[in-house]
Design a protein around this ligand. Structure first.
Ligand code: FE2
Ligand code: FE2
Length: 342
């Protein structure tokens, strides 16, 4: 018989080899648990359903086909970040179980997972109503739509590279370092959705952006709470990893918050010019995409907020000359350095 049957020879089983995926414990030890429990409660109170949005008020025909294609492109760009969020956070959630994290921390990650699934679902619903068929399969109706589809294909190519890098990188980092990367993403997301909620004129989109912005604010609060718990005891090596992760976050998230830098992003030469044209058409539809200057200012403000957090823990900030922030040089960012999540 190949399999051992220990129960017939021993009164109690041997110790389970560790680390084991599930903890069978519900630790609540740190001073931050109370705050995490409050955030958990608000995540349940503020839960929303993408299907219950006021879709009945939405009339795609009110927009020209070019405007529809332009708005669908923006949601596609967003999806490169938001559609990777559920699998990416699922990995992080699994990690909290492997590490036998406190019960409230596991639930915090679960709440993020559930929210991100909503964000992804909403992107899909918006694209499907604007341009039925999906960004990579549908036949575009206009010249701009054709160029938008080509841009989308390149964005998707980069999203795939991000996923490969993330999957291989995550197990190498402590959860504390991972929080700094997540904080970047959550700060970026909160910034973007607050802008869109305030500038987009289509009521159903506005409503969704308000919900998503509030979710992202909660995710930010989770990261900040965990940093409060773990950052006072960071090792010097972890500190420099955090500095590098902030720069990685800037590089990766600039793809949606600002403009994709050449570092990491593998895109054709006319990509940005095409995107500007598309954004202009979306703006003419009252979609409220930020202008170049607004994006730069929003992103700079968001990065300075993150800097304020790192300063509190005496962690050096990376140089981000693109938006006028001086700091430590961290060298080139490679795909396997990139673990931020949107
Ligand atoms: Fe999100
Ligand atoms: Fe988020």
């Amino acid at each position: 018989m190949a399999e051992e049957h220990l129960a017939s020879t021993a009164d109690l089983p041997p110790d389970v080899p560790q680390p084991n995926i599930f903890p069978l414990s519900w630790r609540a030890e740190s001073a931050q648990v109370a705050k995490l429990e409050d955030i958990w409660k608000s995540s349940r109170r503020e839960y929303w359903d993408p299907e219950a949005l006021a879709w009945s008020t939405f009339n795609a025909e009110a927009y020209s086909i070019e405007q529809r294609e332009a708005m669908a492109y923006w949601f596609t760009l967003l999806s490169v970040f938001d559609a990777s969020a559920p699998p990416v956070f699922a990995r992080a959630l699994t990690r909290t179980y492997e590490l036998h994290e406190e019960d409230a921390v596991r639930r915090a990650f679960f709440s993020i997972e559930r929210d991100e699934q909503n964000h992804e679902q909403f992107c899909g619903m918006a694209i499907q109503r604007l341009t039925p068929g999906g960004p990579l399969d549908r036949e575009p109706a206009t010249d701009l739509g054709r160029r938008a589809k080509r841009n989308a294909a390149w964005l998707y190519h980069n999203g795939g590279r991000y996923w490969n890098g993330y999957s291989s990188a995550l197990p190498r980092y402590s959860l504390a370092v991972v929080f700094s990367a997540f904080l970047m993403g959550e700060t970026a997301a909160a910034t973007l959705f607050h802008h869109m909620a305030n500038h987009c004129e289509e009521p159903v989109f506005q409503e969704a952006f308000r919900h998503i912005g509030r979710d992202e604010g909660r995710h930010m609060a989770i990261c900040l709470t965990l940093m409060e718990r773990d950052y006072p005891k960071l090792s010097p090596e972890e500190r420099s990893l955090v500095t590098k992760q902030i720069r990685a976050g800037y590089v990766f998230l600039s793809g949606v918050l600002f403009e994709p830098p050449e570092e990491f992003w593998d895109l054709p030469d006319d990509f940005i010019a095409t995107q500007h044209e598309i954004e202009e058409v979306a703006r003419s539809a009252g979609f409220g995409v930020a202008s170049y200057d607004e994006k730069r200012d929003n992103w700079q403000r968001a990065m300075l907020n993150v800097k304020g957090v790192l300063d509190r823990y005496d962690i050096p900030f990376p140089a981000i000359p693109e938006i006028g922030i001086a700091g430590d040089e961290v060298g080139d960012i490679r795909p396997e350095d990139i673990i931020p999540i949107f």
